[in-house]
Design a protein around this ligand. Sequence first.
Ligand code: USQ
Length: 394
Amino acid sequence: MHVLILGGDGYLGWPSAMYFSQKGYNVTVVDNYFRRNSCLELDVTMLYTVPTLVERAAIWHELTGREIKVVIGDLTDPEFMRSFFTGSITYDWSVDTGFSGIPDTVVHYAEQPSAPYSLFNYKYANTTLTNNLLVTNNVMFAVRDYTPDVHIIKLGTMGEYGTPDIDIEEGWLDIEHKGRKDTFLFPRQASSIYHTSKIMDTDLLWFGVRMWGLRVTDLMQGPVYGMETEESHIDERLRTIFNYDEIFGTIVNRFIVQAIVGYPLTVYGRGGQTRGYLNINDTLQCVGLAAENPPEKGDLKIYNQIMETFSVNQLAEMTQRVGRSLGYDVQIENIENPRQEAEEHYYNPTYQGLLDLGVKPHFLTDESLERMFRVVEQHKDAIRQETIFRGVKW
Ligand code: USQ
């Protein structure tokens, strides 16, 4: 099996590449270094320096004997995207371990992933929409035109559903209306341009499934935390990128960094915002199981990819408790919410599908938080406090 990972340099892309490679898959990764370049442009830095994608693939090969082929380029260019499916791609790094050619599965992470970035200004809103939609459209057409049996796994987001006042189902909703019944995509109502681009992605791929019988899995993921995976334990240089700034950092990772440098935990507004969370190791399990269980042609399979729910206040209290037990003076501050979002709301999502496929959750515990504290501590001196909060408002 050959898996092509779009966005292979990202927070989830690189750990996924190693995970599949370790399991014996042939793996190709492609990326245009969007995240690294945006960090430079926005003057934010990652917690530690991460080797380039080519360097990481070389380290991986040296340590495991396994090969992850690397291609650097921009997937919004349709001809570049199509070259992966016609077999005409030129690799930027590869060794001859005997695999080449067309993928069986595509994992699509090649998106601008940040809600604050998408509302930073109109230019970044445009970047978000054009990048995310063009890459999705390009992969959809390339698969349709050359390899219609290929399984597309697209990372969606729980934020597509928003926070409705009813239970959130796993992708679909049965509607009874004036005595007749049908099943539709669960209603979507996003609260950022980024999340809206993900809704549009879903619609595009659902169109491709209905029109051309494509085979698509949509993983509706919540915020992910953590930086260590089984494969990164082999060598620190294989650890994934880790952002703690307001634009690219997600809440759990940010709170740990804040606790360590004595920056009061930034609870936005009243802190009742509740989301479904998961450990980065569970993302890998979920994507792996999705790849092993492709839908039939003409089927869009949707899973809610979360393992447990927390409010912002609960996360802040946990981080404070663990931080204090490690000797840090952790304060919590409710600051004016820069985002437009419900701060107290009903939240009851279903997330049974991936558990039924066999995912074994890594829950967020004091012990797992402490392990993350220990990694962040090693890089304490590199933390730039001025990038933690800048108040991107919408
Ligand atoms: N929040 C705070 N304080 C902070 C940072 C965040 O209170 O310092 C709050 C936010 O207002 C929000 C919640 O924590 O209510 C989560 O925020 P986040 O920045 O961790 O995550 P979010 O913007 O929702 O986006 C992240 C990823 C995105 C993914 C999404 C899943 O960046 O790629 O799609 O999580 S979900 O939230 O389910 O839509």
